[in-house]
Design a protein around this ligand. Structure first.
Ligand SMILES: [Fe+2]
Length: 394
């Protein structure tokens, strides 16, 4: 059965085989999958686009009695009703051929979710600073798209001319999604205080880390807005951990493997809290073979707790591997350094870009940053929606 974009080659007992003209391989669709993904109003709620039956309702011996091509649809007449359904007799499904085409291959399915867009790793000299204007970001979706793409591709974006107001930081965040509130609050202040509950709130050197590794779902994005800065020192420092991992994998593949396997304890036991989570340092197959959010680096030495069940042999292997990764992270060629001035704001991918701060002289003046978080889900959501609107070329 030939149609405009392809041909139905055969209908087997459990699947239908379509040869699409735009690809060489034959696409195989199982009858179970097809019936489960019927597009009719009885199966898919017309306004919510949510399913009205469960995958558990599809009879295992379902198959089409008849398949036809009518205009731009493949029309299936099924041999039996759903289990538990009210319907008697036959059910008819019309699949737009474009719908079936979207699921023709792994490549087409990746495209559908924008999983084919690969992040670009960087070192200090490769990172290109492009200041984004606050006004433009707040007013135009084109500029919002630029920021979202930047957060995805490089994981580090800077805004300028952000009003010196306490709520500016959360307003910037809320252009992307709802603030991810934590036990630090809806937003938080980074300034040096006496008897600090967090090393960030001191004037000490703050080494590279990611925030809230002891949470089940650490924030995907962190924002820091400079409200005041008259101190000497106190520069913000950033490193693309994906680049450090690439270097480790290339030079020490065995250490890379160890850091993917050994779970590290992160905890925060202080100030009436007991937060705890274990995760390996590297969570990725290949940074360049999947979307950026399938790869994570979990690195926050300041928030590590004593590791559980670490035999002396594993300790040697883990500490050796961890030190090699740390040496790459600390290599000056990877470090992007900037002293944020009042009105400047940085947004970075907290599961990828490590951040830290050089020490400063607390007697030399005041330093005040306002910070907040966004979930990774919010970034993923905006990334897909804006890609479909601005960047997607079939
Ligand atoms: Fe931090």
């Amino acid at each position: 059965m030939v149609f405009k974009d392809g041909e139905i080659l055969s209908i087997d007992n459990d699947s239908i085989n379509i040869k699409w003209t735009n690809q060489t391989a034959v696409s195989c669709y199982s009858h179970l999958w097809l019936r489960d993904n019927c597009r009719c109003a009885k199966c898919l709620h017309p306004t919510s686009r949510q399913k009205l039956h469960s995958s558990a309702d599809v009879p295992l011996n379902i198959k089409p009695k008849k398949v036809e091509i009518i205009e731009d649809d493949a029309v299936f007449t099924w041999n039996r009703p759903l289990r538990h359904g009210q319907e008697n007799g036959t059910h008819v499904t019309r699949y737009p051929l474009d719908f079936l085409k979207q699921y023709q291959s792994k490549t087409s399915m990746d495209k559908l979710r924008f999983n084919d867009v690969r992040p670009q790793t960087w070192n200090a000299s490769e990172y290109i600073m492009n200041w984004v204007s606050y006004d433009e970001y707040m007013k135009t979706d084109e500029c919002l798209n630029t920021v979202v793409q930047g957060l995805y591709n490089r994981g580090l974006v800077f805004l300028k001319d952000v009003p010196l107001k306490e709520d500016s930081c959360t307003k910037v965040a809320e252009r992307i999604g709802p603030v991810q509130e934590t036990f630090y609050g809806r937003d938080f202040d980074v300034k040096n205080v006496a008897k600090s509950v967090n090393i960030a709130y001191t004037s000490l050197y703050l080494g590279f880390h990611m925030d809230l590794m002891y949470m089940d779902c650490p924030p995907g994005i962190q924002l820091l807005h400079s409200l005041k800065n008259t101190v000497t020192g106190g520069a913000s420092i950033f490193v693309d951990s994906f680049r450090a991992v690439e270097l480790l994998k290339e030079k020490y593949p065995e250490d890379y493997r160890i850091l993917k396997e050994v779970p590290v304890t992160f905890h925060y036991v202080n100030n009436g809290h007991h937060m705890y989570f274990k995760r390996p340092t590297i969570v990725t197959d290949e940074i360049h073979s999947g979307p950026a959010w399938d790869s994570h680096v979990n690195y926050a030495p300041q928030f590590q707790g004593p590791m559980d069940d670490l035999s002396p042999k594993m300790a040697r292997a883990f500490y050796g591997a961890f030190q090699k990764l740390a040496d790459f992270i600390e290599d000056p060629s990877l470090r992007y350094e900037i002293t944020l001035q009042p009105g400047q704001l940085v947004m970075f991918a907290n599961r990828r870009v490590l951040h830290g701060r050089t020490s400063f002289d607390p007697t030399s003046g005041d330093r005040h940053l306002k910070g907040t978080y966004l979930s990774l889900d919010s970034l993923k959501d905006k990334f897909r929606v804006l890609n479909a609107r601005f960047n997607y070329i079939e």
